[in-house]
Design a protein around this ligand. Structure first.
Ligand code: HEC
Length: 307
């Protein structure tokens, strides 16, 4: 009864909200928490609650009905002078049936011959639910064999995988055709202060390079990338080639197998942009002083400082 009362009060709370939805639709829609589908959810919730309520009421009625039936049976038994034994419920009947339980009286029929120190054994069979499951797996197995190996009407796991790989390759080709990757000509690289490229380069740098060159390029295992001194040259082409090919014997990894040419370009541009940033704990200069080859236009001093 308590559950029913709870559900009733819940319905009473949700009913005004439902009514409001119908009358002041625009105002309701302007509600900051309202999803466009909120009315739909509300209706579904309403229907669900109603359905639960109906089922609960039906169960309750069934219970009441059972009590009456039992009372009547008890009275009848009393009248005819027999002891009333209640019928087992549907569930317990089902339980006995699905497990194949035997009653005490039946035990003598399934008692086995042998006896060890007085201990006897009952010839109990597997429970029916287990046997059905077992038969079902046999039928499933036959079906599986026929479908996958005899008629081959469904693809095997390996074929499925290959089909997916092929599909992915197709998609990749389509995507590549739609926006072809920038062709990087390492001999004609020209550094430009392009915020978009530098942003991408920074992400690549932070994930791949900061462990050796430190987050702000001050250098640690690898050299300082912010000063004017370079071991392998400071032109954008030099930097790109070092990133690409590495200096394996000195501990600088070749990045060509890991990064795409575009990514290597982006990170090289980023390194170039670090020049003159003066990080707090710079590693001592290594290599030779590099002076930018092209003479920058005298007027554009700010840009030179930024480079
Ligand atoms: C495992 C450590 C390590 C990682 C990771 C690493 N480097 Fe290096 N890097 C070095 C070392 C060591 C050197 C110096 C090589 C030498 O002495 O010739 C170096 C040198 C360089 C140079 C040349 C510097 C100069 O003075 O000429 C550049 C440019 C460079 N690294 C860029 C990168 C970039 C970009 C990444 C990330 C994609 C990266 N490094 C990741 C260790 C590393």
């Amino acid at each position: 009864m308590k559950t029913l009362r709870i559900i009733f009060s819940f319905l009473l709370i949700s009913a005004p909200a439902f009514a409001q939805e119908a009358t002041t639709e625009s105002g309701f829609m302007r509600d900051p928490f309202a999803d466009p589908l909120f009315p739909l959810y509300l209706v579904i919730g309403f229907v669900f609650v109603t359905a639960v309520l109906v089922v609960l009421v039906a169960l309750y009625m069934l219970k009441v009905l059972n009590i009456f039936i039992r009372k009547a049976a008890e009275e009848r038994a009393e009248k005819s002078g027999i002891v009333y034994t209640p019928e087992p419920g549907y569930f317990s009947k089902f339980w006995v049936w699905i497990n194949g339980f035997r009653s005490k009286e039946e035990e003598k029929d399934i008692m086995m011959e042998h006896s060890y120190d007085g201990i006897r054994e009952l010839d109990n069979h597997m429970p029916p639910w287990w046997k059905w499951l077992f038969y079902a797996t046999i039928i499933w197995g036959v079906g599986y064999l026929v479908v996958y190996h005899v008629t081959s009407s469904m693809p095997l796991m390996e074929d499925e995988y290959l089909a997916e790989v092929e599909k992915a390759a197709e998609q990749k080709a389509k995507l590549l055709a739609a926006n072809p990757p920038a062709v990087i000509d390492e001999n004609a690289l020209v550094y430009e202060h392009n915020e978009e490229i530098l942003k991408k380069g920074r992400t690549i740098y932070v994930t791949n390079c900061a462990s050796c060159h430190m987050a702000d390029g001050q250098g640690s295992i690898g050299p300082n990338l912010t000063d004017d001194y370079w071991l392998h040259g400071g032109s954008i082409k030099d930097i790109y080639l070092i990133v690409k090919n590495g200096v394996v014997e000195k501990g600088m990894i070749p990045w060509a197998p890991v990064l795409s040419p575009e990514q290597m370009r982006d990170v090289s541009f980023y390194i170039k942009s670090l020049k003159g940033t003066n990080p707090p704990n710079p590693k001592a200069p290594q290599g030779e002083l590099y002076v930018e080859e092209e003479a920058a236009p005298a007027a554009d001093t700010v840009k030179i400082a930024g480079l």
